[in-house]
Write a protein that binds this ligand. Structure first.
Ligand SMILES: *[C@@H]1O[C@H](CO)[C@@H](O)[C@H](O)[C@H]1NC(C)=O
Ligand SMILES: *[C@@H]1O[C@H](CO)[C@@H](O)[C@H](O)[C@H]1NC(C)=O
Ligand SMILES: *[C@@H]1O[C@H](CO)[C@@H](O)[C@H](O)[C@H]1NC(C)=O
Ligand SMILES: *[C@@H]1O[C@H](CO)[C@@H](O)[C@H](O)[C@H]1NC(C)=O
Ligand SMILES: *[C@@H]1O[C@H](CO)[C@@H](O)[C@H](O)[C@H]1NC(C)=O
Ligand SMILES: *[C@@H]1O[C@H](CO)[C@@H](O)[C@H](O)[C@H]1NC(C)=O
Ligand SMILES: *[C@@H]1O[C@H](CO)[C@@H](O)[C@H](O)[C@H]1NC(C)=O
Length: 493
């Protein structure tokens, strides 16, 4: 019977995609969801319901008008309309919760229990929600030119690179300013405090829809990475509206708002140690960069990094495009960074590339995109407007000292970190924002405890959202509890 139902559903959606004859009311894109000031759920993407909630641009001045926030809901197998919705708060900034919920739909019930509804959203500024700014206004050539000028690799790869990266950063804000002026007048109204307010608007609208009191409505949330900043901001602004809150893979909210990402690489080098010891214990059949001891693996890796620092390797035809290219020190550093986050899939990639480099084959490294360069602006705009009145990274001296600090924190990624996290891009943003859009008080639950204690979670070795940050947040929210998982990597839900 179950199999039959699945087959039927499959069939319907195939028909739907083949000739556009969809179920009445079943939408397949957010453009077809009509924004509404109350919640109106429309069946969407076959197994979800979607809603676009109209929210005030500025909660302190409603005459400015509204924008819309895209929400999507998956009903737990045993859930009813009265069951609490657990809101999955995405990372980023710039991450799409809609995409996250689609990707993890089969995990939600297993993680939380089938008696809940699961909701996620694109924060204002992101993808399916309003205020989605494209700083280069569709001009791909300008974006590419900027990236070539600015995203040049490790901060000290040449004697000029730090200066080049610092000075070119101001170009970015100029393009963003122009895009706001010409295309999207309130494009900078995407701050995290506003996102926290949007979440409150959502839980109130949900309560109203269920016939309950809006003013008693509470948020049930599970936040990851930057989503923990949204969560902590919500808890700080609306402590008596915390129903349940789990913050997993904690990002230091204070450093986030100060644009001073100092602790992020705290456990990077520890992650490298784990790579070497896990590679060693996996054995030569399962780790292609195996060596007779963890120290041997680390020493050989250091040697390869040093050789690439001295000279890049020319590759006459990259496999992917068949074009001449080179494999550089920065590419390898970026590869380490990009593959530390999820060790289960990332460590084998690192091992394979190192093994080939050791054998004189640089084409694998040259073929993997290093991920440098700005491809989407939502996250940067949010970060830069969130920090503009308290930005600790504006002068070249501050940038130099930040780079030095990162290098002292992580031998392996400290010099690539600044150009990967790109906090320097915020240095000349000067958005005109009302006070209500920015955070003024410290993020904290000390003055007013949350109505339910927060549960924090962290891996013991986390290369991107280090344990230290969870411990710090825990001290700022009395009553919170920190759950440790013995493991390596960044929380991946
Ligand atoms: C929701 O708002 C729409 C108009 O925006 C209105 O027509 C509808 O009656 C409202 N529904 C509820 C349940 O309040
Ligand atoms: C609210 O916004 C309107 C429209 O931009 C503006 O004219 C008015 O001065 C604002 N009011 C306050 C109190 O900021
Ligand atoms: C944005 O939304 C569209 C349509 O829903 C989807 O195809 C796309 O993958 C999304 N992009 C991101 C980055 O989430
Ligand atoms: C749904 O609830 C029933 C009754 O409480 C329980 O027996 C069943 O295991 C639940 N199903 C799932 C998938 O959780
Ligand atoms: C670049 O970083 C390396 C490794 O930390 C260091 O040895 C070197 O002195 C730095 N070079 C410059 C120009 O700062
Ligand atoms: C690592 O071990 C191999 C095999 O015993 C040895 O040949 C090599 O010299 C060692 N490398 C380093 C850097 O210790
Ligand atoms: C070099 O690495 C690439 C990519 O993994 C592989 O396809 C190729 O066969 C290797 N070349 C040699 C000479 O081993």
């Amino acid at each position: 019977m179950k199999r039959l139902t699945t087959a039927l559903i499959l069939f319907t959606s195939l028909v739907c995609k083949a000739d556009g004859l969809c179920n009445r009311g079943m939408v397949q894109k957010f453009d077809d969801v009509i924004p509404s000031a109350n919640l109106t759920w429309t069946p969407c993407f076959d197994e979800f319901t979607c809603s676009k909630l109209e929210v005030p641009l500025d909660y302190s001045n409603r005459s400015l008008g509204t924008t819309s926030v895209a929400f999507m809901k998956l009903a737990g197998k045993n859930a009813t309309i009265q069951s609490p919705s657990i809101v999955l708060v995405p990372g980023g900034p710039g991450g799409s919760g809609i995409q996250l919920l689609e990707e993890y739909r089969s995990l939600m019930g297993q993680m939380f229990g089938e008696q809940y509804n699961f909701v996620s959203f694109d924060p204002r500024g992101v993808n399916n929600s309003g205020l989605n700014l494209d700083c280069f206004r569709g001009n791909a050539e300008a974006r590419l030119a900027f990236n070539r000028l600015h995203s040049t690799g490790a901060t000290n790869v040449s004697s000029e690179s730090l200066q080049e990266q610092y000075y070119s950063a101001s170009i970015y804000s100029e393009w963003c300013n122009e895009a706001v002026e010409k295309d999207l007048p309130h494009g900078y109204y995407v701050t995290t405090p506003a996102v926290a307010q949007d979440l409150l608007t959502f839980v109130e609208a949900e309560a109203t829809l269920a016939g309950q009191s809006a003013s008693d409505a509470k948020l049930w949330a599970y936040g990851i990475s930057y989503g923990t900043v949204i969560g902590a901001t919500f808890a700080s602004l609306f402590p008596d509206r915390v129903g349940r809150m789990v913050l997993d893979g904690v990002f230091d909210a204070e450093q986030y708002y100060d644009n001073n990402w100092r602790d992020v690489a705290d456990q990077m080098d520890e992650t490298i140690e784990k790579f070497s010891s896990l590679c060693h214990s996996a054995g030569p059949d399962r780790c292609s960069f195996w060596g007779p001891s963890p120290a041997n693996i680390t020493a050989r890796m250091d040697q390869i990094i040093l050789e690439l620092q001295n000279h890049p390797v020319a590759v006459s035809k990259a496999q992917s495009q068949g074009l001449p290219t080179k494999a550089t020190y920065s590419d390898l550093k970026a590869l380490l960074f990009n593959n530390f986050y999820s060790p289960r899939s990332g460590f084998p990639v690192i091992a394979k590339v190192l093994h080939q480099l050791e054998n004189g084959n640089a084409s694998a490294l040259a073929d993997i995109p290093n991920g440098l360069g700005i491809t989407s602006d939502a996250g940067f705009v949010t970060r830069c407007v969130d920090s503009y009145r308290r930005n600790k990274l504006t002068t070249i001296e501050e940038f130099k000292s930040y780079v030095e600090y990162m290098v002292s924190t992580s031998k392996y990624t400290g010099d690539i970190y600044p150009i990967i996290v790109e906090t320097i891009l915020c240095r000349s943003f000067r958005p005109q924002l009302p006070d209500s859009m920015v955070i003024r008080n410290p993020i904290s639950g000390v003055q007013k405890p949350t109505s339910f204690p927060i549960l924090l979670a962290s891996n013991t070795v986390d290369p991107g959202t280090p344990l230290k940050s969870a411990q710090k947040l825990s001290s700022q929210f009395p009553g919170s509890v920190l759950l440790l998982q013995e493991g390596v990597g960044v929380s991946q839900i």
